[in-house]
Design a protein. Structure first.
Lengths: 450, 209
């Protein structure tokens, strides 16, 4: 008899997730119809290859190769970032061309550019994007700020959802500013006075905010249909999108978009206890975010972009006190729920490698940007699967021969005995197509385990 | 000069440093002396950062304490020109890129190391750098960028300085997330730095100080 999900160990859950990936369904819930036998075989070989690399039990047939670009697919297809953000059909067509031309084992989907009109409808202030503070041909970029004020920790701690709805969201979405008038839901208790809670919904500015929200929701749906459609199509052609969702280290949640880099660093001195409490409060929220997404998408890989814990940003003592404990808890919670955390360590992570041995073996996939991969293999190669490290500068400025040298070195060191996925180190916009091709082709040729 | 204030600031004792300044002002200390002590404290912060005893949060917090000390001193200071600066440096994040954290750290470290910094901000047009070189007579230009698009913007900026006939008058350094020696060669800059300390070292090598 099959075990119930709740009764399974983390090991069994991960295995069940891989089995689910190996038996993909179409959006109606029927078995996915591949376009050819070869496509089906390629799809399954790709999943098994990744599974072997991650579980560290035996080497896969060859080194898997991932391409996780930023705006490269759209630039390569000859459109501006602005076009990719506003013309969803064009965006997914460009993405499909990228996958078919370069044939990475694991495409990450066409969600990168995002729906431009959606951001416009809600007057998104957290980012500048093409036509809104950035040139048409350039990628969107974050506007750093203190979207959460230093004195608002108690508000965040007492009711995070209320804080997000009434304080944070009204600041980052211009159209949702009237949400600061909404009542806490937890005040809706009994018949006497219940109607008072609903008065704000009768006010014109709040009603306008909801009208914008409905419009934004419809736009998001339209975009998601296009982006989801190309995922299914590429799967039938043998290319699985493994990304199931997204989560973050609690320190980055606060440091990236709430308190900002400067704000959180000053809080480490002025109000360390409140900062630590907020990091703890965000931990189950970030676990739930990942598990919920994995359940919805049926895919176990949870992408976690890492920022403020990189080499140089924090001292070892600061990393150990403020960054690592709750980050580790989030990863353990995701693993416990059958997910595979995929942290992307931007910058260098050399001084943090020793901490990664505290993770269970064979349960995480780490994308490294400028970390010394030979040292990473040596330090944590028995615990985690490594990914990446082909530099952005090499992809844009090097030659195919430079790429082959780089790929060979990575396979000889990081790829020794398995546990490694070839890939780019940072999410890249610009690259020479022949370099990206060389990266995939040479990995296929040289990366075969004998 | 007060060694006590320099020490409090260097050790990031915010409350004590501010209380010290308030008390010293009440007792009639020379605000210029206090300012000099605060700068001495910042120089120690810079040394500790260079020695990897301090990291970015410590640098950011020292800047915050300094800002508050200067706010206390300001009403007591008569307006006067900056004195004894080592030399002028122009800094900016190149065209198309709006990232400022790395650039701000370099500006901050150059400033506390005694350079007079002209900060052109973010998404700086190529010609703005050229004009700034003409206007300020700076001998060092620092170009910052986080994205791969910055490689081209940096090259265009170096080329524009060349075309304006100013290339021999300045040394150009670049830095940011994905910048390495390969990018330096591509852009035609004189050097690249991995962090704010390397930027200060380059400026010192080129200007002295």
């Amino acid at each position: 008899m099959e075990k119930k999900w709740e009764e399974m160990s983390a090991e069994e859950k991960q295995e069940a997730q891989f089995q689910k990936l190996l038996a993909p369904k179409d959006p109606e819930g029927n078995d996915l119809k591949f376009q050819s036998r070869e496509a089906e075989a390629a799809y399954k070989a790709r999943i098994n290859r990744l599974k072997d690399a991650i579980q560290l039990k035996r080497p896969p047939d060859r080194v898997p190769v991932a391409l996780f670009p930023s705006m490269f697919p759209y630039m390569y297809a000859g459109m501006t970032v602005q076009e990719a953000m506003y013309d969803y059909e064009k965006c997914v067509a460009g993405y499909k061309k990228f996958v078919l031309d370069f044939e990475p084992d694991f495409p990450m989907g066409a969600a990168g550019p995002g729906p431009g009109r959606f951001y416009e409808i809600l007057d998104y202030k957290l980012y500048s994007w093409p036509g809104h503070g950035v040139a048409p041909e350039h990628s969107y970029q974050c506007n750093e700020g203190e979207y959460m004020k230093a004195e608002e920790y108690d508000l965040l701690l007492s009711d995070p959802s209320f804080y997000f709805r009434n304080f944070y969201l009204p600041r980052v979405f211009g159209k949702l500013a009237p949400w600061n008038m909404l009542p806490p839901l937890t005040g809706i208790l009994e018949m006497y006075g219940v109607a008072f809670n609903f008065i704000p919904f009768g006010l014109p500015p709040v009603q306008d905010a909801y009208k914008a929200l409905f419009e934004a929701g419809a736009e998001a749906l339209k975009w998601a249909m296009a982006v989801g459609g190309v995922d299914v199509e590429l799967a039938t052609l043998g290319f699985p999108n493994i990304f199931g969702g997204f989560s973050k280290a609690p320190f980055d949640v606060l440091g990236d978009t709430l308190r900002g880099t400067r704000g959180i660093m000053i809080d480490m001195y002025r109000q360390p206890d409140k900062l630590l409490k907020a990091l703890e409060a965000l931990t189950p929220i970030m676990i739930g975010l990942g598990l919920g997404a994995a359940q919805q998408t049926g895919k176990p890989f949870i992408f976690m972009p890492l920022h403020k814990g990189a080499d140089g940003f924090l001292s070892d003592a600061q990393y150990k006190e403020f960054y690592w404990p709750t980050f580790k808890q989030v990863m353990l919670g995701l693993i416990e729920g059958g997910c595979i955390p995929l942290p992307a360590a931007e910058g260098g992570y050399n001084t943090r490698l020793k901490y990664l041995n505290e993770l269970p073996k064979g349960k995480t996939l780490w994308m490294f940007d400028q970390t010394d991969m030979a040292a990473a293999k040596e330090t944590v190669g028995d615990t985690i699967c490594l990914l990446g490290n082909v530099p952005s500068s090499l992809l844009k400025l090097g030659t195919p021969d430079d790429i082959r040298d780089c790929v060979k070195k990575l396979i000889d060191t990081a790829g020794k005995g398995g546990g490694y996925v070839m890939g780019n180190g940072a999410f890249f916009d610009e690259a020479k197509p022949e370099n990206v091709k060389a990266m995939v082709a040479f990995t296929r040729e040289y990366g075969v385990y004998k | 000069m007060s060694e006590e204030l320099a020490r409090l600031l260097a050790d990031l004792k915010e409350a004590e440093a501010l209380a010290f300044v308030e008390k010293a002002l009440e007792q009639g200390s020379d605000p210029l002396d206090l300012l000099a002590s605060a700068k001495e404290g910042m120089a120690i912060v810079g040394e500790r950062f260079a020695d990897s005893d301090y990291f970015i949060p410590d640098l950011v917090f020292s800047g915050e304490i300094l800002r508050r000390i200067v706010a206390l001193l300001e009403p007591h200071l008569k307006k006067q020109g900056e004195s004894n600066r080592l030399g002028k440096v122009i800094m900016g994040t190149v065209k198309g890129d709006i990232h400022d954290i790395g650039k701000d750290l370099v500006v901050f470290m150059l400033d506390v190391s005694g350079f007079e910094v002209t900060d052109l901000g973010i998404d700086v047009p190529v010609q703005r750098f050229v004009e700034a070189v003409r206007e300020t007579g700076s001998k060092v230009v620092g170009l910052s960028g986080f994205l791969t698009l910055a490689f081209d913007s940096m090259k265009q900026t170096v080329d524009a300085i060349q075309e304006a006939g100013l290339r021999d008058d300045v040394k150009i350094m670049i830095g940011g997330g994905q910048i390495d020696e390969r990018v330096r060669r591509f852009t035609g800059a004189d050097a690249y730095g991995k962090d704010a300390i390397e930027a200060v070292a380059l400026a010192q090598r080129w200007i002295g100080g």
